[in-house]
Ligand binder design. Structure first.
Ligand code: FRU
Length: 466
């Protein structure tokens, strides 16, 4: 009954709001954004029976966080996406305050979703890890909870990422222990219905980490080359001069997971994206063996609710799909190679930065090789400066009006930039680092370069749907 009611409300929100959202000049041309309402984490990213599926945390009923649904897109090529029927609605008692984040697996030919049923009480909350299956028509059948809150943890236990290893299922969960420390739990299941907690494999106070945050969200653990990579979002890291500057962080460890001992040894925490908007990423292994990742181009509790898209009834978007590879003890992130198919004709500009013409960056890809100091203005709302080993991305905070800066430190050889209306993704030195940001220029966005540096710039207009 509640499900029908929620679906009716969703249909009405779409009928009333979709046109207004589609007409927003800030709306992306080729990034994924919610048809109406609020989008946050990518969920259930999988290539299943040859087709990519990307689910997402969605509140179709308001531009606010709340009882989340799972929206669902699918695509044959990572480029053109089709919205599928709503996958999960928060209709049951065990998910009354949201079908929270989770993952998808191929269970013997059945596309199966594992997610968190979030339940809030007047005081406190609990969390159930739940299963659902999806048929070819996109219809979802809920199988209910398969794991209650484990003992020794607060109500913050969520975001199951499940994979198969050596004939068994494994799950990582983000958690908060009773002392208020963020942790990642490892579980094992012979089937998806029965889980055994093996222990804590990483977290605040573990593996040589001191106090490292009060809650760890959205863990993702996968093999890359000869290493086990743990991506996670620790909350509560204090801002430092040039890092950890967003409200919450998203980063990774590189290490080795000893499955029988449930022990993970790892190196330092490294941020995944040094820009303003990036959180809760999720990866999958494609059929051709690539580790692909989407992130949420948003941050909870920042200045998100001052973004002008609210006037058009939608907020937030995904990043572009990215390919992850390992280079020694660092993850490299490159835009998925499929994106090259969006390219129109190529133009090459060369000369002193300040002498180059301004470029239309409403939907564009740029490859810039600077020799020396450089400033790039993205419309009137975002600015990138490079001098003496420091790359700085600056803009005004939408709430306070104060300038804020994000940094990458190193010798700059190359900038590979993707622009889509109100977003930029800046890949540095062929994937060594990335800075992602939303920005809301008053006019059609143009790029203007400043400085005497000699620059070689390749430019493509990106043409979605071609
Ligand atoms: C991360 C997160 C998850 C949770 C979901 C709720 O952004 O807080 O931990 O499952 O969003 O929408």
């Amino acid at each position: 009954m509640k499900e029908i009611q929620l679906l009716k409300q969703t249909a009405l929100a779409l009928m009333q709001g979709q046109t207004r959202a589609a007409q927003d000049p800030h709306r992306p041309g080729w990034h994924l954004a919610p048809p109406v309402g609020l989008l946050n984490d990518p969920n259930g990213f999988i290539q299943f029976a040859g087709r990519y599926h990307l689910f997402y945390q969605w509140n179709p009923l308001a531009c606010a966080h709340g009882a989340k649904f799972w929206g669902h897109w699918s695509s044959a090529d990572l480029l053109s996406w089709r919205h599928e029927p709503v996958a999960l609605t928060p209709a049951e008692a065990y998910e009354s305050h949201g079908c929270y984040s989770g993952s998808a697996v191929d269970d013997n030919g059945v596309l199966t979703l594992i997610y968190t049923g979030n339940v809030k009480f007047t005081a406190g909350r609990t969390a159930w890890q739940c299963l659902a299956t999806l048929d070819e028509k996109g219809d979802c059948q809920k199988l209910g909870p398969v794991l209650a809150l484990p003992e020794g943890y607060s109500g913050h236990v969520r975001d199951p990422k499940v994979w198969r290893h050596d004939g068994a299922w494994y799950m990582v969960l983000g958690a908060q222990d009773l002392a208020g420390r963020g942790k990642v739990l490892l579980l094992r299941g012979e089937t998806l219905q029965q889980w055994q907690l093996l222990g804590e494999i990483a977290g605040s106070g573990l593996n040589g980490l001191g106090d490292f945050g009060y809650m760890w969200e959205c863990p993702d653990l996968f093999r890359l080359g000869e290493r086990d990579v743990l991506i996670v979002c620790p909350q509560g890291l204090p801002a430092q001069e040039t890092r950890w500057l967003n409200t919450f962080q998203s980063g990774y460890f590189i290490g080795t997971l000893d499955y029988p001992q449930a022990r993970y040894t790892h190196g330092d925490f490294q941020e995944l994206d040094l820009g303003f908007e990036f959180y809760a990423p999720q990866t999958t292994l494609s059929d051709d063996g690539r580790r692909l990742m989407f992130g949420w181009m948003g941050i909870p509790d920042g200045d998100e609710f001052y973004q002008p898209t609210l006037a058009h009834g939608w907020i937030h978007q995904m990043t572009c799909p990215r390919e992850l590879t390992l280079q020694q003890d660092r993850l490299l992130q490159r835009p998925a190679r499929e994106l090259q198919q969006l390219r129109g004709a190529q133009r090459r500009l060369q000369g002193a930065a300040q002498q180059l013409e301004t470029l239309d960056i409403a939907s564009a890809e740029l490859l810039i090789a600077p020799e020396g100091a450089l400033t790039a203005h993205f419309g009137d709302a975002l600015r990138l400066d490079y001098r003496q080993g420091e790359l700085r991305l600056s803009r005004r905070n939408l709430r306070s009006g104060q300038q804020e800066d994000r940094y990458w430190l190193g010798a700059l050889r190359q900038l590979h930039i993707f622009c889509d209306r109100s977003s930029v993704e800046i890949f540095i030195n062929d994937g060594e680092a990335v800075m992602s940001a939303r920005y809301f220029p008053a006019d059609a966005p143009r790029l203007r370069l400043e400085g005497e540096a000699k620059v070689t710039l390749d430019y493509w207009r990106l043409e979605p749907g071609v």
